[in-house]
Design a protein around this ligand. Structure first.
Ligand code: ADP
Ligand code: MN
Length: 179
């Protein structure tokens, strides 16, 4: 039999958003605070070769969605994961208890991506992605709206507030299910 959502003792959280919105920063701090496991999907794809080569135009790996999902399945079934990725529509819906969409003001994001070395269409594509709220729409289309949480990530104060919101959410989730 397949394990249901209720079967895991710790929640799975997806942290998504346009590149540069703070997914990796937020996820690693949240993992420290909660003892959940941070899975950086981009790094995993590189390490384990879960791709179909390199996209010259977009300057990124062509992620193989089936290989990524196969790689993650056992850990996700076990629970207690923070999955960090700039896409969210190809993971099984049953994996996640909470889907966090980080959002950043355009001009702040522009500066962050420029200082990361993004230029030209790679820079403008990502800024447009944020302006049109592509990841928020993708999350709402792929998961129940009541588990989708949009959080602002412009400043260090935002990071602190988001961390305490999410740490509280995790602790409540675990408490609710341990009684
Ligand atoms: P992502 O994983 O979404 O691409 P990162 O976590 O790598 O984003 O953050 C990109 C850059 O922006 C890093 O230099 C990080 O320190 C900075 N950053 C991210 N979120 C914030 C924030 N809320 N306030 C200030 N700086 C931030
Ligand atoms: Mn990242």
């Amino acid at each position: 039999p397949t394990t249901t959502q209720a079967g895991r003792a710790k929640p799975n959280i997806l942290v998504t958003g346009t590149p540069g919105t703070g997914k990796t920063t937020t996820s690693s701090l949240l993992a420290e605070a909660t003892q959940l496991r941070h899975i950086n999907v981009g790094d995993l794809v590189k390490e384990k070769g879960l791709h179909d080569g390199w996209d010259e135009e977009l300057q990124c790996h062509i992620l193989n969605e089936d290989l990524v999902c196969d790689e993650l399945e056992d850990m996700m079934e076990e629970g207690g994961n923070i999955v960090d990725y700039h896409g969210c529509d190809f993971f099984p819906e049953r994996w996640f208890d909470c889907v966090v969409v980080l959002q950043t003001d355009n001009s702040i994001l522009y500066d962050r991506l420029s200082s990361r070395g993004y230029t030209g269409s790679k820079l403008t594509n990502n800024i447009e992605c944020e302006i049109f709220q592509v990841l928020l729409e993708e999350a709402k289309a792929s998961y129940r709206e009541d588990i989708v949480m949009a959080l602002q990530s412009d400043s260090l104060d935002d990071i602190s507030r988001n961390l305490s919101t999410l740490t509280g959410w995790v602790n409540n989730w675990i408490l609710d299910r341990s009684s």
